[in-house]
Design a protein around this ligand. Structure first.
Ligand SMILES: Nc1nc2c(ncn2[C@@H]2O[C@H](COP(=O)(O)OP(=O)(O)OP(=O)(O)O)[C@@H](O)[C@H]2O)c(=O)[nH]1
Ligand SMILES: [Mg+2]
Length: 300
């Protein structure tokens, strides 16, 4: 997995010493926080590593480093069955399409991620239809139409300012009529509070239920480059709604990728996909094991 940024490479050098010195824990905490790991997660991580080091009487710095890596891996994967989670985003063999709502604050990469996922579904043999339900920002509808042309996928759009739920409804109905198995709905990141978002999502869910399909999935899009602040913003935006999966975008060129370690504790949902650039192919399935390895690798 290439994000182009081995954020923790500095940490790598901390452990390239002959003997363990007590300063290492402060240096480690500082390095983690600088890459935006977040204080509670950084301290918890260090406490866990230190207690293992003490219990198992480890004094070789290289071995301590291995303990750290395995603790990071545990933070990223939470012993979850990743393939089962990913499978919930696959269309079923029933006649009803899967519906995914792309949700998140302004500018995090919702529309781009929608296009990237559309490409992914198309590549695996599915048919995709896109609902331009960000009717708030005038240019948003055209942006979705342009992606639709590039992807050679149908787009359902109403006029600027119209009801997003009506767009969602028409998109699902069109999918059923045209035997399309994946419905991707773009939403606006405009709501300043979770009450508005909740109202709108509830309405979309009700509308979707009228079409006879199962509950739409909410995919939360987060921007890694906004660090811990971005997570807090997304948390208050999402309120108590919860989500079915998370995409972390803009991991390319970000020195703040450490936020990835805070995602699970913040949203009780792991990162499923990561965005690593502006191109349609810059989306990868997140692999916690590989990622934990790469995090610490030396810069290439
Ligand atoms: N470098 C990088 N840029 C990205 C990535 N994902 C999205 N972007 C860029 O981020 C900017 C905003 O992306 P959009 O997809 O329009 O974001 P949005 O959340 O739909 O924005 P609004 O609809 O205005 O709320 C665009 O310039 C994208 O090209 C990524 O993974 N890496
Ligand atoms: Mg958008």
């Amino acid at each position: 997995m290439k994000t182009g940024q081995p954020w923790f490479s500095k940490i790598n050098s901390l452990f390239k010493v002959k003997t363990l010195n007590d300063d290492i824990w402060d240096d480690l905490e500082e390095a983690l926080i600088l890459s935006d790991v977040g204080v509670p997660i950084a301290s918890g991580l260090i406490d866990n590593v230190r207690s293992q080091v003490q219990t198992n009487v480890i004094d070789d710095p290289a071995e301590v480093f291995e303990v750290l890596k395995s603790e990071v891996k545990a933070l990223l994967s939470h012993d979850l069955d990743y393939s089962a989670l990913i499978n919930t985003f696959q269309p079923s063999s029933s006649n009803n399409p899967i519906v995914i709502l792309f949700v998140g604050v302004n500018g995090v990469g919702k529309t781009t991620t929608l296009a990237k996922m559309a490409q992914m579904y198309i590549d695996s043999g599915h048919k995709v239809i896109i609902g331009a339900a960000d009717t708030f920002r005038a240019a948003a509808i055209d942006q979705v139409k342009i992606w639709g042309e590039r992807l050679n996928s149908d787009v359902i759009a109403h006029s600027h300012g119209s009801d997003p739920s009506a767009v969602a409804f028409d998109t699902i109905e069109a999918a059923k009529a045209r035997k399309i198995d994946v419905v991707l709905i773009d939403t606006a990141g405009r709501m300043h509070n979770s009450v508005n978002l909740m109202d709108e999502l509830n309405k979309m869910t009700r509308v979707a239920a009228k079409t006879g399909i199962s509950k739409p999935k909410i995919l939360l899009v987060l921007d890694a480059s906004t660090g811990q602040n971005g997570l807090q913003q997304a948390r208050s935006f999402l309120g108590s709604i919860g989500c079915d999966g998370i995409v972390l975008t803009k991991l390319d060129g970000s020195s703040r990728g450490g936020v990835i370690l805070s995602v699970y504790s913040e949203f009780e949902m792991p990162v499923l996909y990561i965005g690593t650039g502006e191109n349609i192919s810059d989306l990868q399935l997140f692999d916690p094991n590989q990622f934990a390895q790469d995090l610490f690798s030396a810069p290439s």
